[in-house]
Write a protein that binds this ligand. Structure first.
Ligand SMILES: [Zn+2]
Length: 522
């Protein structure tokens, strides 16, 4: 059983919605900069849960929080440090957008992230953390947390080993003078207000030295992260919320938030779905800030159903690893094509279920799985100016393409071209040599090419026929397969490896091939 059905089934069998009627599924992302693709795994897991529960006839809503109320604690490398330094320590909503046209920093990066959700077909309803705080919905929980601050300190110490002093309170105050929140320390809650002083200087963050008192309601303060997490569950009545592996260890943030939820707020934490990392080229989020690792970069690389396969294809207990500049891109297409083949063969198993889940819910009832040319082949043909993609596809399929197959082929070609122009490694890039390149060939290789030239000159040959002839030549000449194919790739592509040789040669103009073979033998 696929993980999505396993977990949705468990929820159906063990939980009832807190609100009585409908499950509330929640996920959030702090918009501290361009969002890493790892955060898309959470969106996809929660989004798919919503889809599958709906399919089971279980009402639910998926709410996604665009968190704009955490502190701006570091300047991403792609932004100008001199421009943004003065904003360090402020709440993210108070940091300006890097580009005109957006209300603030979080709206700019949030918009980019939301576009990626849309592309993958996940459509939660969105709200911002500031709406939750400024509307006063968090006030009762802030009050409870302040009253039970010693209880929270005890939990932090017992569960995560973090020691706070006696005066510590679980809120950070937004300084009324300088507007920063990382620089403040709150103490002395008197039931109405908290005292604070703006005198901490974490990292490059400069405090203003102000001290005063503030009524901690309606967004003047924010609960610290693990308390904030638990309070949001209670404020909204969250039924289902998973978290990445980094949060899910014993003594980690989820563990602490669960304790706070039960022991401070007296509520049951949501159903947890802990999930593994989404690696980019084998690297974790923290160490892979490079090209291709953002949610947008990864989303741009694949059509929606392939992007969904990357996100949901692996069990939540397994790592995902996609390297835009490696084999994993063509391999993902191969995986998708295998699933499609199962659907065309009329199978009904985990693989066909996965194929269905890669489609948007509205397309699942009448599932279509058109034949597609392998991505590797498409990526090769789009680089060969003399080849017609449709013609080659029909040749591989041995039948004319249907309209649907033609449309699918065009989409695949567009993504193949994009990949070749952006991330594809050298081994996937081919350039047909218009002139004979300077190559050195052995006598055996020359002999083989001469035999091949004669064979092609005798009559028009198909890819299959050339393929079989090449294999005969191995024993007939005799020549090692590697030497034979290398000779062909060298004289046509000026490299040592390439696509399936028989099929490749059949796709080239016959006169051109014969002429080149003869030149090589001279
Ligand atoms: Zn200040």
């Amino acid at each position: 059983m696929l993980w999505a059905d396993r977990i949705a089934g468990e929820i159906r069998d063990t939980r009832t919605p807190q609100g009585g009627k409908s499950f509330l599924i929640r996920d959030e992302k702090t918009l501290s900069g361009r969002v890493h693709v790892g955060s898309m795994r959470g969106v996809a897991i929660h989004g798919l849960m919503a889809e599958v529960l709906s399919e089971y006839g279980i009402p639910n809503t998926f709410q996604f929080e665009l968190n704009d109320f955490d502190p701006f604690d570091s300047i991403p490398g792609y932004l100008d440090a001199d421009t943004f330094r003065e904003h360090l320590g402020k709440p993210l909503y108070a940091v300006p957008s890097p580009e005109a046209g957006f209300k603030n920093y979080t709206e700019y990066f949030g918009d980019e992230f939301v576009q990626v959700h849309k592309k993958a077909g996940f459509v939660p309803s969105y709200y911002r953390a500031t709406e939750l705080y400024q509307s006063g919905k968090m006030d009762a929980l802030i009050k409870t947390a302040l009253e039970r601050a010693s209880n929270i300190r005890r939990i932090l110490q017992e569960v995560s080993g973090s020691v706070k002093d006696e005066s510590w309170l679980p809120v950070s105050v937004v300084c009324q003078m300088c507007g920063k929140m990382m620089t403040t320390r709150a103490y002395d809650y008197d039931g109405e207000t908290v005292g604070y002083s703006c005198d901490r200087s974490p990292d490059e963050c400069m405090p203003c030295g102000h001290s005063g008192r503030v009524a901690p309601w309606k967004g003047t303060t924010k609960l610290f992260w693990k308390v904030d997490w638990a309070a949001k569950w209670v404020a909204q009545g969250v039924d289902i919320e998973g978290g990445g592996k980094d949060h899910s260890t014993r003594g980690g943030s989820r563990d602490v938030a669960n304790h706070i939820c039960r022991e401070v707020f007296g509520a049951e934490p949501p159903f947890d779905i802990p999930y593994e990392f989404f690696l980019v080229g084998g690297k974790k989020m923290s160490s892979s800030k490079g090209r291709g690792s953002s949610a947008k970069d990864m989303g741009d690389l694949f059509p929606p159903e392939l992007f969904r396969l990357a996100l949901i294809g692996k069990d939540i207990r397994e790592q995902i690893d996609v390297d835009p500049s490696g084999e994993s891109v063509p391999r993902l297409y191969d995986w998708y094509d295998e699933l499609a083949e199962g659907v065309r063969a009329g199978a009904a198993d985990d693989r066909t279920r996965l194929y269905a889940l890669c489609e948007l819910p509205k397309n699942r009832a009448a599932l279509s799985a058109p034949w597609q040319m392998r991505f590797r082949e498409v990526a090769f043909i789009v680089q060969m100016a003399h080849l017609s993609l449709a013609g080659e596809a029909a040749r591989v399929k041995r039948q004319a393409l249907t309209e649907e197959e033609t449309r699918a082929l065009e989409v695949r070609a567009r993504y193949a071209k994009f990949w070749l122009a952006t991330y594809a490694p050298e081994e996937f890039k081919y350039e047909l040599q218009e002139e004979m390149p300077e190559v050195s060939l052995s006598n055996i290789q020359k002999k083989a090419l001469a035999v091949l030239a004669d064979y092609l000159q005798a009559s028009e040959r198909t890819g299959e026929e050339i393929h079989l002839r090449l294999h005969e030549m191995k024993t007939e000449i005799p020549i090692q397969p590697k030497e034979l194919f290398q000779a062909i790739y060298r004289i046509f592509l000026n490299r040592d490896s390439g696509p399936k040789a028989g099929w490749f040669l059949a796709g080239l103009p016959r006169d051109f091939v014969i002429k080149r073979l003869k030149e090589a033998v001279e």
